[in-house]
Design a protein around this ligand. Structure first.
Ligand SMILES: [Zn+2]
Length: 293
C-alpha cells in the first residue's frame, strides 16, 4: 500500500497554530488494551511516521491492536488494504454522517452505500462505522439525509452480523430513537461517547457499549466524567479517535494509539478502579464486541 494514499490531517486548518510534535510516550499499560477507534489513514505529526511505526509504538505502550475506521469511500478502501497488510488491525467502514448530505444531493449515496456494503464483507472488517447523526455540523434541513443513511448502515451491520460504531454529535435523542425504531445490532458502540450520566444509564440498560476517548481528560469535561462513573463497568471501551482528541496535557498535538494509556489511567482514576482491573474490563468488552484477532 502506498503511504501516499494517506490523507493529511485538516486539523488546525482554521489558521490556529498547532504543535505538530508528537507527545512523549506514557508509561506502558500493565495489561494489553485495544484502541477501539483510530484513523490511521489520516496522517499527522511532524515525524512522517508510517503505519507500521505507529503500530510498533502503540505495542510498546501496551496497545498491541487497534480498530481502523475508514469513514468515506477513499478511507474505507484504504482500510480494507490496511487490515490485509497489518495483522494488528481490524477494520470498520461506513459513510460518516457529515459525508452523507453532499453524496445524497449529488445522487451518489446509493452507489456509495453499495460500495461500503461490498467492502464490509472483507473478513477482517468487523465494524460498520462510524455512522450516525451529527446535528452540530449539519444544518437541520439535511438531517433527514443523515437519518436515512444511518438506517441503511444499521441494516447492513445486522445483515452481515457486524458491530456498529455510532457517531453521535448533539443528536442523542434522535440516535436513540432511530436505534430503537430499527432495532439495534447485537453489538452497538457509541464511539467517543458524549452524553451525560442519564444517557450513559440509558445506553447501559439497552446493552450498548460506551467508548471513551481522550476528551475525558479535558478540564471542562466534568459531565463526561460523570457519565463514565454512571456507565456499567462491563460496557466500557477506550479509543483515541486519532489523530484527533489528544488527551491532556497534550491537547491539540497529534494523537496516536500509543497515547491510549493516558486515557485508560484517567478512566481508572475517575471510576476508582484499579488500573489492571480497568485494562482487564476494557479487554473483555473489546473481545465481546469484535472477537479476537
Ligand atoms: Zn472517528
Amino acid at each position: 500500500m502506498s503511504e501516499a494514499t494517506r490523507a493529511r490531517s485538516g486539523e488546525g486548518a482554521d489558521g490556529r497554530r498547532r504543535e505538530l510534535a508528537r507527545p512523549p510516550a506514557p508509561e506502558p499499560l500493565p495489561l494489553p488494551v485495544v484502541d477501539n477507534h483510530t484513523h490511521l489513514d489520516i496522517e499527522d505529526g511532524d515525524d512522517l511516521a508510517d503505519v507500521e511505526e505507529l503500530l510498533a509504538r502503540a505495542a510498546a505502550a501496551g496497545v498491541p491492536r487497534a480498530v481502523q475506521i475508514g469513514c468515506d469511500l477513499p478511507a474505507a478502501r484504504w482500510t480494507v488494504q490496511a487490515v490485509d497488510e497489518h495483522p494488528q488491525l481490524l477494520g470498520g467502514v461506513a459513510l460518516h454522517p457529515n459525508e452523507v448530505p453532499a453524496l445524497a444531493e449529488a445522487g451518489e449515496l446509493d452507489a456509495a452505500v453499495a460500495e461500503i456494503a461490498e467492502l464490509a464483507r472483507h473478513p477482517r472488517v468487523r465494524v460498520v462505522g462510524e455512522t450516525g447523526l451529527d446535528h452540530f455540523r449539519t444544518p437541520p434541513e439535511q438531517w433527514h439525509l443523515q437519518e436515512d443513511s444511518f438506517r441503511r448502515h444499521i441494516r447492513l451491520a445486522k445483515e452481515l452480523g457486524l458491530a456498529l460504531q455510532i457517531h453521535d454529535r448533539d443528536a442523542h435523542d434522535d440516535v436513540l430513537r432511530v436505534l430503537a425504531e430499527e432495532g439495534a445490532p447485537e453489538r452497538t458502540v457509541f464511539h467517543c461517547f458524549s452524553g451525560d450520566a442519564a444517557m450513559a444509564r440509558v445506553c447501559g440498560d439497552a446493552g450498548y457499549y460506551l467508548s471513551f476517548a481522550g476528551n475525558i481528560t479535558f478540564k471542562n469535561a466534568g459531565e463526561l466524567r460523570e457519565a463514565l462513573r454512571a456507565a456499567p463497568r462491563d460496557r466500557l471501551l477506550v479509543e483515541t479517535d486519532a489523530p484527533y482528541l489528544t488527551p491532556a496535557p497534550h491537547r491539540g498535538r497529534p494523537n496516536a494509539s500509543y497515547l491510549v494509556p493516558v486515557t485508560v489511567r484517567a478512566m481508572a482514576e475517575v471510576t476508582g478502579t484499579d488500573l489492571e482491573r480497568m485494562c482487564h474490563l476494557l479487554q473483555c468488552a473489546t473481545e465481546e464486541v469484535y472477537g479476537t484477532w
